[in-house]
Design a protein around this ligand. Structure first.
Ligand code: ADP
Length: 668
C-alpha cells in the first residue's frame, strides 16, 4: 500500500485523477465510432457514451477543483488512490464475473467502461470525503499543537530569566509547527533606526546577533509590519505588491511567511517573523498562532524589563538607606510580627538570627532607652488607633553605652477599616540631634549676652546722663557768673552745644536699648491714626518748611503704637529735613503676600549708593550732614523697631533724585 502511495504521489494525485477522467472522455468519443461501426441504435450509443463521459468529466473536474477545495495537497495522492481503488474494485468484480463458468459479460464494450468509470467516480467521492476528514483532523491537530506550544512557551517564559533562550525556543517552535525554513526575532532599536536579528532558526552561522534590517524604509516588509496592528501574511514574495522583500529574506530565497509586532503597537519592542522558501498558504489560525507567540515574548520582555528596573531601584534604595543610615521595617499588627532590614538590626545592635523571619514588637523595644519606652509605645498606639501616622524620636542604648538618637516614621495600612500593617523607616539622627542641641545652646548663650549688652547700654546711658547734666549746669553757671571775653563765651557755647548733642545721643541710645525690652505688646492699630499723631507732633516743622505730606489709605496692623509712631516720625522728619525748599512727601501702602509694604518717598537730596547700608547703623550719618543737627541714631532705632515687628526696612535712592524708605509689617 505504501509502495503504491509513493508511486501515486510521484506521478501526482491530481494528474492521475485527471488522466482517468481524460481516458473516459476519450473512450466515450471512441465509443461513438465503435457503436456506429457495429450498428448499434443511436439511442443506445447516446446512453452508453453519456454513462461513460459524465463520470469522465466529473473526474476531470475533480482534478481541476482539488486545489480550490479546503483539502490539503498532501492528501491528493490518497484521493487518487481511492479513485484507482474504485476503478480496481469494479474491474476485479467484472473479471470474477467474467471467469465464472456460465458467466461472461454480454456487452463488454459498454458494461466494462461504464462500470469502471462509475467505480472510479465513486472512489473519487470517497477519496474527497476522506481527504476532507484527514485535512480537518490535521488542522485540528495543528491548532492543538499551536495552543500547546503557546502554553509551553508561556510556562517557559515564567521559569526562565534568559530572554535570548526564550526567543530562540519560540523561533524554533514556530518554525517547527508551521513547517517553515526560517524564523526570526528582530529587536527594534528606535534611536539607530535598526532592527537586529536577535534570535532565530534556519540562519547560517554568524547571521544571528549580527544582521540588521531597516524598520523605516517605506517599502520594506519590516516597516509595513510595524505599521500594522495585525500579523502580515505573505503567500508569495515574488508577486507581493505591498512591499518588496528585504535583502535578508530575498538573499535566502524566501517566498512566503508571516510577520507581526512584538509588544504594543505604539511602542513596539520588535518583530517576530517566520518564512519559507516554498510558496505556502497560511491560515488565519497560523497568523494568530504567530501573534500569540509574539505576545508571550512581549510579556516576558516587559516583565524582565520591570524586574531589571525594580532591581536597579532596590539597589539605589539600598545605597540611599545605607548612606542615610535609614532602616526599614514592617509590622504585621494582627500577628504582631515585625520584619526589619539589616540596616535597622545593625542600628539596634540586634543579632540577625533573633529577628530573621520576623519577631514580636516587644523584641524591638528592648534596645530602646528606658526613659523613652513609654512615650514610644504611646506614639505607636496613637498611630494605630487614631492618626494612621507615626513620627517619633527616641534613644537607643548601644552596648558600648553610647546613646543613639533615632527618628521613626511610619504609615498604617487599613483593610476594611481595620489596621493591618504599619510600615516605615528608622533613621539615625544622633548627629542632627547633637547639632540641634548645640544650636539651642548657642541661641540661649546669644540671648543671654544680648540681654546683658542691652542692660549695659541702658545702665551706661542712664548713668551718663547725671554727670552730663552736671557738666551742662556748671557750664551755664560759669557763663552767668563770670565775665568772659568773646572768645571765652564762644568756647563755653561750643561746650554747651557738645553737651547737648551728647545728651541727645545718650537719649537715642537709651531708646535704642529699650526697643526690645521696654516695648508694649502688639495691639491692633490703624496706621492712619499713627500718621495723624505724627503730623501733629511735626506740625511746627511742617509749617516752617512749608512741606506737603500726601498719603494713600493706610492699613490696620498689629503692633506697638508708640514704637510705630516713632518710626513714622523719624522717617517723616528725615524726609523733610533732607529736602530743599517746600518738601514733598508721599506715603503709600501696598500688599505683598502676607505683608504690607509702607513707603515714604521724598524729592529731597537723596543718598549715594555707598551710604545706603550704613545709615541704618548706630550714629552713622551721611557725609554731607555729619556736622548738622542729627545724631545718626534715628534710622537705627527704626530698623530695630521694624525687626521687632517681624518686618524689614530698606532705602532706594539716588543722589539729588529723592529717597524712598520702605518697611514691611505682617498683615493682620
Ligand atoms: P540723623 O537724621 O539724625 O542724622 P538718621 O539715622 O535718621 O540720623 O539718618 C542717618 C543719615 O541718613 C542721615 O544723616 C542722612 O544722611 C541720611 N538720611 C536719612 N533720611 C534721609 C532722607 N530722607 N534723604 C536723604 N538722606 C537721608
Amino acid at each position: 500500500m505504501a509502495y503504491w502511495r509513493r508511486l501515486v504521489s510521484i506521478i501526482g494525485g491530481r494528474r492521475i485523477v485527471g488522466a482517468l477522467g481524460a481516458f473516459y472522455v476519450a473512450f466515450a468519443v471512441l465509443r461513438i465510432f465503435i457503436g456506429f461501426n457495429i450498428g448499434e441504435p443511436i439511442s443506445s450509443i447516446f446512453i452508453i457514451i453519456l454513462l461513460i463521459s459524465v463520470p469522465g468529466f466529473f473526474l476531470l473536474y475533480g482534478a481541476y477543483w482539488l486545489p480550490q477545495s479546503d483539502i490539503d495537497a498532501e492528501f491528493y495522492a490518497d484521493i487518487a488512490g481511492w479513485a484507482l481503488t474504485g476503478f480496481g474494485a469494479v474491474a476485479g468484480v467484472l473479471i470474477l464475473y467474467h471467469l465464472q463458468p456460465e458467466g461472461g459479460i454480454s456487452e463488454p464494450l459498454a458494461g466494462i467502461p461504464i462500470l469502471t468509470a462509475l467505480g472510479s467516480l465513486g472512489g473519487l467521492g470517497v477519496g474527497v470525503y476522506d481527504g476532507r476528514a484527514k485535512t480537518r483532523t490535521r488542522q485540528l491537530k495543528r491548532r492543538a499543537n499551536q495552543q500547546e506550544t503557546v502554553a509551553d512557551l508561556g510556562q517557559f517564559a515564567l521559569e526562565t530569566e534568559d530572554l535570548d533562550s526564550l526567543m530562540h525556543e519560540a523561533a524554533r517552535k514556530v518554525s517547527d509547527i508551521l513547517d517553515t525554513d526560517y524564523c526570526k526575532v528582530l529587536d527594534l532599536d528606535v534611536e539607530n533606526e535598526e532592527l537586529l536579528l536577535r534570535q532565530g532558526v534556519g540562519w547560517k552561522d554568524g547571521i544571528v546577533g549580527e544582521a540588521t534590517t531597516s524598520p523605516v524604509e517605506a517599502d520594506s516588509q519590516a516597516a509595513y509590519t510595524l505599521a500594522n496592528t495585525h500579523p502580515i501574511v505573505v503567500e508569495d514574495l515574488e508577486t507581493e505588491t505591498r512591499f518588496s522583500g528585504p535583502e535578508l529574506l530575498t538573499n535566502h530565497d524566501v517566498r512566503s511567511g508571516i510577520s507581526t509586532i512584538i509588544g504594543p503597537f505604539d511602542e513596539p519592542w520588535g518583530i517576530l517573523g517566520t518564512h519559507d522558501t516554498d510558496r505556502q498558504e497560511f491560515t488565519e489560525e497560523d497568523a494568530n498562532f504567530v501573534q500569540s507567540v509574539a505576545n508571550v515574548l512581549a510579556e516576558a520582555i516587559e516583565r524582565t524589563e520591570k524586574e531589571r528596573q525594580l532591581r536597579e531601584r532596590k539597589a539605589q534604595l539600598d545605597l540611599a538607606t545605607d548612606a542615610a543610615s535609614i532602616g526599614t521595617w514592617t509590622w504585621d499588627i494582627q500577628e504582631d510580627v515585625v520584619t526589619a532590614d539589616v540596616y535597622l538590626t545593625e542600628m539596634y545592635e540586634m543579632e540577625p538570627a533573633d529577628t530573621a523571619g520576623g519577631a514580636s514588637m516587644e523584641v524591638f523595644y528592648e534596645p530602646i532607652h528606658e526613659d523613652d519606652t513609654e512615650q514610644t509605645w504611646e506614639a505607636l498606639e496613637q498611630a494605630v488607633e487614631e492618626t494612621g501616622r507615626l513620627n517619633t524620636e527616641y534613644r537607643i542604648r548601644s552596648t558600648t553605652g553610647d546613646i543613639i538618637w533615632v527618628e521613626a516614621r511610619g504609615e498604617v495600612k487599613y483593610e476594611g477599616g481595620e489596621p493591618v500593617e504599619l510600615y516605615g523607616t528608622v533613621a539615625d539622627i544622633t548627629e542632627r540631634k547633637a547639632r540641634e542641641e548645640r544650636l539651642e545652646q548657642l541661641v540661649a548663650e546669644l540671648e543671654e549676652s544680648n540681654e546683658r549688652l542691652e542692660q549695659f547700654a541702658y545702665a551706661a546711658s542712664h548713668d551718663l546722663q547725671e554727670p552730663l547734666r552736671m557738666v551742662s549746669s556748671y557750664l551755664q553757671l560759669i557763663d552767668s557768673r563770670y565775665e568772659l571775653d568773646k572768645e571765652g563765651e564762644e568756647f563755653i557755647e561750643f561746650a554747651v552745644d557738645g553737651a547737648e548733642r551728647m545728651q541727645s545721643m545718650i537719649n537715642g541710645l537709651l531708646q535704642y536699648s529699650r526697643v526690645e525690652t521696654q516695648g508694649d505688646p502688639a495691639e491692633s492699630i490703624e496706621l492712619e491714626d499713627i500718621l495723624a499723631d505724627t503730623r501733629e507732633n511735626l506740625q511746627m516743622t511742617i509749617e516752617e518748611s512749608d512741606a506737603t505730606i500726601e498719603a494713600e489709605p493706610l492699613p490696620c496692623i498689629q503692633g506697638d503704637p508708640d514704637q510705630l509712631r516713632q518710626v513714622f516720625q523719624n522717617l517723616l522728619a528725615n524726609a523733610i529735613e533732607y529736602s530743599d525748599d517746600q518738601p514733598m512727601v508721599h506715603i503709600t501702602a501696598e500688599r505683598n503676600g502676607t505683608d504690607w509694604v509702607i513707603s515714604i518717598e521724598d524729592e529731597g537730596i537723596g543718598i549715594g549708593s555707598e551710604e545706603q547700608e550704613q545709615i541704618f547703623e548706630v550714629f552713622q550719618r551721611g557725609h554731607s550732614h555729619s556736622d548738622g543737627n542729627g545724631t545718626g541714631i534715628g534710622l537705627a532705632i527704626c530698623e530695630r523697631i521694624i525687626e521687632r515687628h517681624g518686618g524689614e526696612i530698606w532705602v532706594e535712592s539716588e543722589l539729588d533724585e529723592g529717597s524712598t524708605f520702605s518697611f514691611t509689617l505682617p498683615a493682620e
